[in-house]
Design a protein around this ligand. Structure first.
Ligand code: PLP
Length: 495
């Protein structure tokens, strides 16, 4: 090895070929293992979020790309010095934003174990174990969700990609040959998609991507608990059928199990009934809430799913699989394959097997081996281990809701259905309450001591806490609540 010194390090000005020598690589892996273990052990001592101005991190990084290779130690040192302090630490026990997060030891091991394999899970031939393991873990989730066997699934990165594929199938079935001919110049009706005013914006994104048009996503009002008003949905569908003179066709309804702001749950069985009546595709967005159906006491969340056409669940939100890992289930997965299968000539010899070729189930050809990390974490925790952790999130959310109810300066802004708590500081000048709530969240996040969100409910600004981190204990929550109370008082006094 002329290009390395005796200890295997790169000598300045020399370009090594091939890979890192095995002993050096082993050494680096040990260093990285220590780095990961230290990070995980001490994450609670870090600021949850930085308070830097945009661009501050970039200005500390070299803007010129490297000409010569650098030592691993130097790069790791820069991660510590420049990257870690610039992160919002989603896995921090005081990170209470969004939907908490799914970081665990086994999850990290799953990511690490996947890295050296680095396969392309596009066809069975290119990766038999990745393909078959994907089928296995998808079916584990189907069983946990008690979805009928008719449902088959595919792993995507995100729920946004899942809904786009689901609605592509709905579009093809409502306007046959769209995959071949496209939508334009065919005198097709205007297709409508219905979803609640609390549903995620991925519905519009899917409509944009599929050429259905953002404006054709109709937002249905919700009831006092932020659930889709089914009578209003019926009225909207009937209005479209009447007023369009046959030029408007209801295409799909998207029901949400665990909405983004309050985690409310739409009445899926009633929506499913209406969809069947009008032959409308029903997609269930269980990206967040779906995973809680592994708890027997939350099986009601999955009511009506067996009548849906598609269901998306993000185990990276609730079921402890590290980002990214989302599963789309379709009743009769062949419907999805029919829309997306397209075998390029150079892969024809790779696709003759009877097994699934997952490239046929979506627009991606190259696919990561995501199933391995799910397999590792789900085997490590088991359903019971996940259930216990989800129950703890639910317990903590209930506790926080009780503390809020006991403090007259605050009020709950929505019923707590899943471990997401929306609340509002309501003391002082009524005209300033929105600004006060926003300021409280900004100040806490800037402090680096905790991290939460604000959202709007019926036009009012509220604070929002989402649980999920396995490191968050009752003591962390008590500290966060005290921080919220003292910050609220200070902001209200104008300090
Ligand atoms: C209810 C709901 N659906 C869908 C999504 C989109 O998820 P993804 O980031 O996996 O696309 C989110 C994101 O938070 C969500 O809250």
């Amino acid at each position: 090895m002329q290009d390395r010194s005796a200890n295997g390090r790169i000598r300045r000005g020399e370009q090594p070929l091939g890979d890192t020598p095995p002993e050096l690589f082993r050494n680096q892996l040990h260093q990285l293992a220590d780095w990961i273990a230290d990070f995980r052990q001490h994450i609670g001592e870090l600021r949850v979020a930085p308070n830097d101005k945009p661009g501050a991190i970039r200005s500390a990084l070299p803007s010129q790309p490297p000409e010569e290779g650098e030592e691993f130690e130097t790069i790791l040192g820069d991660i510590d010095r420049l990257i870690v302090p610039g992160m919002v630490h989603w896995s921090h026990p005081m990170f209470l934003g969004y939907f908490g997060w799914t970081q665990t030891g086994p999850g990290i091991l799953g990511e690490i174990a996947t890295a050296p394999l680095n396969v392309n899970a596009m066809t069975w031939r290119t990766s038999p174990a990745a393909t078959e393991l994907e089928t296995v873990v998808v079916d584990w989730l189907r069983q946990w969700m008690k979805l009928p066997e008719q449902f088959g699934g595919v792993v995507y990165d995100t729920a946004s990609v899942g809904i786009m594929h689901a609605l592509a199938v709905a579009r093809e079935e409502a306007a046959p040959s769209t995959r071949k001919l496209g939508l334009s110049g065919r005198n097709l009706p205007r297709f409508r998609i219905y979803t609640s005013d609390q549903a995620h914006s991925s519905v519009e994104k899917a409509a944009i991507a599929l050429g259905l048009g953002e404006e054709n996503v109709q937002r249905v009002p919700t009831d006092a608990e932020f659930r889709m008003d089914v009578a209003a949905l019926r009225a909207m569908i009937e209005r479209d059928l009447r007023s369009g003179g046959g030029r408007i066709k209801p295409l799909a309804a998207v029901a949400t199990v665990g909405t983004t702001s309050t985690a409310s749950v739409d009445p899926v069985p009633e929506i499913a009934k209406l969809c069947r009546e009008h032959k409308i595709w029903l997609h269930v967005d269980g990206a967040y809430g779906g995973g809680f159906a592994i708890l027997p006491e939350y099986e009601w969340l999955a009511a009506g799913w067996s009548d849906a056409d598609s269901v998306v669940i993000n185990p990276h939100k609730t079921l402890f699989v590290p980002l990214d890992f989302s599963i789309l289930f379709v009743r009769d997965l062949e419907r999805l394959r029919r829309v997306f299968t397209l075998v390029p000539e150079y892969l024809r010899a790779d696709t003759i097997e009877a097994e699934k070729n997952y490239m046929d189930y979506g627009i991606q050809l190259g696919r990561r081996f995501r199933a391995l990390k799910a397999w590792l974490i789900w085997r490590s925790l088991g359903r019971a281990g996940m259930a216990a952790r989800l129950r703890e999130q639910i317990r903590l959310a209930g506790l926080l809701a009780d503390w809020i109810k006991d403090d007259k300066r605050f009020e709950l802004a929505a019923r707590v259905v899943l471990p997401v708590v929306c609340f509002r500081f309501v003391t002082g000048d009524k005209s300033k309450i929105d600004i006060l709530n926003s300021e409280i969240v900004e100040r806490i996040n800037a402090s680096g001591r905790a991290y939460l969100n604000q959202t709007k409910l019926r036009g009012q600004t509220v604070m929002r806490i989402g649980f999920g981190n396995v490191l968050t204990t009752e003591q962390h929550l008590a500290d966060a609540w005290q921080l919220i109370q003292t910050t609220a008082e200070a902001v209200a006094k104008g300090d």
